[in-house]
Design a protein around this ligand. Sequence first.
Ligand SMILES: *Cc1c(COP(=O)(O)O)cnc(C)c1O
Length: 354
Amino acid sequence: MSKFLDERYSGLAAYVPGEQPQDKKYIKLNTNESPYPPSPEVLEGVSLSEVELLRLYPDPDGSVLTRKIANYYGVDTSNVVLTNGSDDVLNFAFMAYGANGRKTYFADITYGFYKVFADLHNSQYTQIPLEADFTIDIDKFCNKDGAVFIANPNAPTGIALTLSQIEKIVSSNPDNVVVIDEAYVDFGCESAVSLVNKYNNLLVVQTYSKSRSMAGARLGYAIGSKEIIEDLQKLRYSTNPYNINRLTLVVGACAIDSQSYYDLNCKKVMEAREYTKSQLEELGFFVLDSKANFLFAESDKIQGEELYLKLKDKGILVRHFTTPRISNYNRITIGTFEQMQIFIKTLKEILEEN
Ligand SMILES: *Cc1c(COP(=O)(O)O)cnc(C)c1O
């Protein structure tokens, strides 16, 4: 740290992304990416002529893609904002509704970036403890005096709330924004987008990084009331109106045209998830009920960190968190069926060696 850095950032603990080894020798089950490539339409969308057009700035409104997303979800274009991954819009939401001492609320065990954004913007935040079984008691998120952030399904637990539970939280907070982060919604959970026209305090955040196989393209979006979207557009235009590059705008639109391809991939991931869950349970693991593309599991036969290290040694990366409540767990991204068979086989070896 230099002596020039503003004091308010001196204590900031930055977000720590999952490992991204560059030698490609691992089976990567640690950052919830899709094991499948983007759709054929997306691959064809990146033509040489599109690359040549990189000399020009992208459309700051992303009009074509915005219209496609709006049509797909049955909302107006004024209900959509596009961002550089969904982290970008989560950052804007904290900036808009939780900065400078304003109160925000999120779970104690949830996406780690919420706390980082809250610190970055000097939010007065409360981390609401999950229940002992890692479920959310929705009453604890109702009637708050500040913005509420909920990942649904939650990460890293994978546990989902129903649409009626989400609606209860949204309707009980009419004077505060409720952000529902649906990064994993396509793996078996109900989206709250259908509530956007009913509640002007709801912001639904989604991403291309997981179910649409495009983590490297950095594309996210949020759907909310016209007024909320105007707030976020103001912050986006005050930060970087060109936050989405030309190629990403093109492939993002192509992906909307190949939804059946992505639906099939999600189905395969969900099947591999249920296979992996039952195999883990047979090996004596306790596995949370996941509606996401990962499982969160622990065993009393081997410690969480030890298992993470042994798997890594054998070429499989999973995600281990040192947070006390969850330090015995590992979060295992669901890959292809073949990858999950190798994972289970390797796990058996480790348990036998123990
Ligand atoms: C992966 C993830 C995101 C962010 O993804 P982007 O790649 O920035 O779109 C947001 N929220 C949760 C809960 C996630 O797991």
